[in-house]
Each structure stands twice: as C-alpha cells, then as structure tokens.
Design a protein around this ligand. Sequence first.
Ligand code: 5GP
Length: 191
Amino acid sequence: MKANIAEKVLADDIEKVLLSSEDIKRRVAELGRQISEDYKDKDVVLVGILRGAFVFLADLIREISIPVETDFIAISSYGSSSTTSGVVRILKDLDEDIEGRDVLIIEDILDTGLTLKYLVKNLSSRRPASLEICSFIVKECKQSVAISLKYLGYTVPNRFVVGYGLDYAQRYRNLPFVGTLKPYVYERDEI
Ligand code: 5GP
C-alpha cells in the first residue's frame, strides 16, 4: 500500500511517458539475446556506469544466457540540474583488471557523448581485448562528439527524461517507465 502511494506521487510529476515498462521489458530481452549470441565464446565483463545504469544492467543481465562478470564505475555527471556540465570525474573505479577481457560498457543514456568519450579513452588505456558500448537510450541529434554504439535500446526526442534509473535531483530513478517531467518540477526547485 505504501509503495503504491510513493509511485503515484512520483508518477504525478510526469508530463509524458516515452517508453512504457512493457516496451522496456521487450527491448531489454532482445538486447540480452543479441549480446548472448555475439559474446558466446568471449570473456565478457559488463561495466555499468553508476548511478543511472544500475536498473538497466540489473534487468539486462537476467536476459543474458552466457557467463558474464559485472563491474561498476561511478562518474560525476549532471549534479542536480538538467544541463550537462561537461566535467567528467571518476568517483569509484572498477574493482577488476580488464586487460585482455571483452568489455561491454552499459550506459543509461547518451546525450552529448562527452561522458562516454572520456570513458572509452580511459578504459582503452587498460588494454582490454575489445571495448564496446551498449546504451539504453540515445537522444536524437544531440551528440557533440561521435560515439559508436554496438547496442542501442531506444532513441528519444531531445528532452530531459527520468525513470528506469534516470534521475532528476536523485529522484525518479525507481519509476518503471521513462518520461519527461512537468515544468512545475523544475520551477519548484528554483524557489
Ligand atoms: P553526456 O555526457 O552524453 O552528455 O551525458 C551522459 C550522462 O548524463 C548520462 O549518463 C546521464 O547520467 C546524464 N544524462 C544525460 N541526459 C539525461 C537525461 O535526459 N536525463 C537524465 N536523468 N540524465 C541524463
């Protein structure tokens, strides 16, 4: 009962649902099948980017049928505002050595591409056997640097989105769908 009340309050702040939980479930299952096929003879490490990718990664690994290891790297991104700072900093590094391993970066959303550009450069210097990216969402026409993705879940319009791991001021990550926020949410925070 308590959980329903919490979800209703959060969902009330949503202007438009862009990806329903059914859409997400179906696409994540397809991605899991594809990754299982492509990496069946490889020594795979899935590297989740904290914090946003934890929900996607948790669902994705349960759709992957081959042995995989998971590791996490935490980097700074937006703080509590909805515009990019362009500053990328490692807050928590990987626990495992990735030299000679097949690394698949699991990202929640690709916006300007600055975060992934930095990460690819950083992780490449550790000499993995291969380094590829799976991003759950890509924003239309927004990348200021070219990033090549091996796997992509969905493309969404160039709006700030929340839910399914994505936050605004650390809230909304627990919504099971992806959507845009009503303007009053931003106005409320400016007061
Ligand atoms: P980029 O470096 O590509 O501009 O931004 C990537 C990171 O910024 C993502 O991992 C995510 O943390 C954050 N981000 C970018 N766009 C959005 C968005 O629309 N919503 C949320 N919640 N975070 C975003």
